[in-house]
Design a protein around this ligand. Sequence first.
Ligand code: HSE
Length: 304
Amino acid sequence: MNKITLKIPATSANCGPGFDCLGVALNLYNEVTYEITDNDKLELEIEGEGAGYMQPGSYNLAFSSFFRVWNKVANGRHIGLKLKQVNRIPMSRGLGSSSSAIVGGVLAASILGEANLTKEELLRYANSLEGHPDNVAPAIYGNFTISFFESLGPKCFVLQPAKPIKFIACVPELKLSTELARKAIPFKINHKDAVVNASRTALLVAALTSGKYEYLPTAMQDKLHQPYRAHLIPGLREAFYGARNKGAYSAIISGAGSTIMAYASPDQDVEAIGAAMQNALKLKGVESQYYIYDMDTQGARIMW
Ligand code: HSE
């Protein structure tokens, strides 16, 4: 086999209190075809996000992630590589576009290099490129994931919520680099704040598995990262309020932002929740679009 097309879900990390450990996969997908060629070149065609400025090469995660695995599994076989991407996941908005590129690369190399790596092995490679596992884990496994480290590296527990949840993503025009958003968080945090997050994260997992979603408004509170990042997203607090006011369980910063993600019951008026967040940002001069998603349950997969 010298060609494969994959589909990789968008993800939303942290889920409020679960900084760098919780994440959820969404039914929004990038598609990518990896083709091994014998012309020794790296080639890239893009439709959608990144078209016109993303270039092939070692700085491009879709290539570097592929070769990270390929160089381990293919016995030094020298190849050319042609990629065709259909990119639907917005970039630099906290929806896992980098993770999608990384997971696509490691999975394609595993299949084309006939290594058939396990999901746990894919997670180890992907985490080594991303630096934290909370986006790559749901991109690989689907569903909600709880990532953690053991001596051999990152692992994850896959969690299926007891009842459906609608995810309303308010995506600002404003791009936010993960590096900048991580620098906004203090190196040391207050012990009491750590206790708040430990209790909220435990409660969130219990609420999701038991279906007692009445606990979600409390369970999704956070004191580790959102208070320090709020100034990077004008209108954030007002958008949180607007989403709650229209019936969402809660709204949080998706990953490192800038997307604001509301969680709601399918019975709620999800359009009104999206519009409330959009209006809150607009009042602060930030344009945005909102989208309604469901959870993806399969993770990255082969299309053909
Ligand atoms: N947990 C990460 C963060 C997600 O909040 O910085 C970003 O990829």
